[in-house]
Write a protein that binds this ligand. Structure first.
Ligand code: PMP
Length: 401
């Protein structure tokens, strides 16, 4: 079955125009197989996992745990107990920032992030630093959007406790050299957390090859439902880190005097998880594997190159993020037009883009701009849709002078 026709939502009009969905970095649309998996769960399987001694609970538990194994294979983790289900990237990073900091970060210590992080890979570390009297240090990037690894070498010292960087920038599209960053950090015995929110749907991710210590991502940006995400952590860290939340399922024994904790990964999965969404994630992984990550990457690269070429033909365009290695995100400004005005006019023509700071205010400050217009592509997008965007920009440009 052809890729696009598996996505029912795309086949509609908005304001009497065919929908052009270019806001995939915010969230991707879902194939019918993912919607069907959710529906099947709630119509045939719904029950609480791990605890019930009945047929439905056993079936649901098996399906949930099979998805954990599928995620393990997807990112090539050594063991399935290194895969923790969360609500999304934000919760995954908060989990690590909170729990890791409690165990390893103290007065005067330092945490390194990059200047191109999403707020969700900045604020949890700021909170942790505030709580423990530590300081945040920042890796700068060049005008093209390339991280300065020489600066990273200079920033790391004996007080550095962790480096937290994104694999791909949601605003600039830059693919960061994670293996190199890990090599530098590990040579100082410093672990690395990778925010993989914008990488997981665009490229093969191998946590053993990257050698990173934590890898976080959201299901909803990789064709799965909202409400499920993953925190991969190397076993040796997860064993030593304290629980993030307390509640059911994460305990071994509870008395009023003392509680002992469950084994991994359950120590980090307090309460009832979003089982249906996890099964939806399984269907999304199946979709990506059936489509082929190489096919996905190739299609997205072609669209990005094609759209970039067309945009550069405007004489008053500025593209932010021109790193040699980038994914399918194009952030731009048209003349002096405010990005919000561009986005609103495009919307009226049926084209969905994102405008604003994209939860990366430090990037906007770096360039001295209020925000950008961001078009981001997924495997189901087409050249014809890019043509519609370009024609629309030609039409609205004179209105914004
Ligand atoms: N990091 C990056 C790079 C992102 O693009 C996003 C989502 N925009 C997040 C983290 C947060 O993801 P979520 O909202 O799914 O938790």
């Amino acid at each position: 079955m052809d890729i696009r026709s598996q996505f029912p939502l795309l086949n509609q009009t908005v304001y009497n125009k065919p929908l052009v969905y270019f806001d995939n970095a915010a969230t991707t649309q879902k194939p019918q197989s993912v919607v069907d998996a959710l529906c099947r769960y709630y119509t045939t399987l719904n029950s609480n996992i791990h605890r019930g001694a009945h047929y439905l609970a056993a079936q649901a538990t098996e399906a949930y745990e099979n998805t954990r194994k599928a995620v393990q294979r997807l990112i090539n983790a050594r063991q399935s107990n290194e895969i923790v289900f969360t609500r999304g990237t934000t919760e995954s990073i908060n989990l690590v920032a909170s729990s890791f900091a409690q165990r390893y970060i103290g007065e005067g210590d330092e945490v390194i992030v990059s200047a191109m992080e999403h707020h969700s890979n900045i604020v949890p570390w700021q909170l942790a630093c505030e709580r423990h009297g530590a300081h945040l240090r920042v890796i700068p990037f060049s005008d093209e959007g390339v991280l300065d690894l020489v600066a990273l070498e200079q920033l790391i010292n004996e007080r550095t406790r962790i480096v937290a960087v994104n694999h791909v920038s949601n605003t600039l599209g830059t693919i960061n050299p994670i293996a190199d960053i890990v090599r530098i950090a590990h040579s100082h015995q410093v672990p690395v957390l990778v925010d993989g929110a914008q990488a997981i749907s665009h490229m093969a991710v191998d946590v053993q090859a990257l050698d990173c210590d934590f890898y976080c991502f959201s299901g909803h940006k990789m064709y799965a439902p909202m409400g499920v995400g993953v925190m991969y952590g190397r076993e040796k860290w997860l064993e030593e880190m304290p629980p993030y939340q307390g509640g059911g399922e994460m305990i071994k024994d509870v008395t009023f005097e003392r509680t002992t904790y469950n084994e991994l990964p359950f120590k980090f999965e307090a309460g009832t998880p979003s089982v249906g969404d996890v099964l939806g994630l399984q269907a999304a992984i199946d979709f990506m594997q059936q489509t082929g990550i190489d096919t996905i990457a190739r299609q997205e690269q072609e669209l990005t190159d094609y759209a970039t070429r067309q945009l550069l033909e405007f004489d008053n365009i500025r593209i932010f993020g021109t790193a040699p290695h980038k994914t399918s995100v194009i952030s731009f400004l048209l003349g002096n037009a405010h990005p919000y005005d561009v986005g609103t006019l495009l919307d009226k023509l049926g084209i969905a883009v994102r405008t604003g700071h994209h939860c990366t205010q430090p990037i906007m400050d770096r360039y001295g701009i209020p925000g950008t217009v961001r078009a981001s592509f997924a495997v189901y997008n087409t050249r014809e849709e890019v043509d519609i965007l370009i024609a629309a920009l030609r039409r609205i440009a004179p209105m914004l002078d």
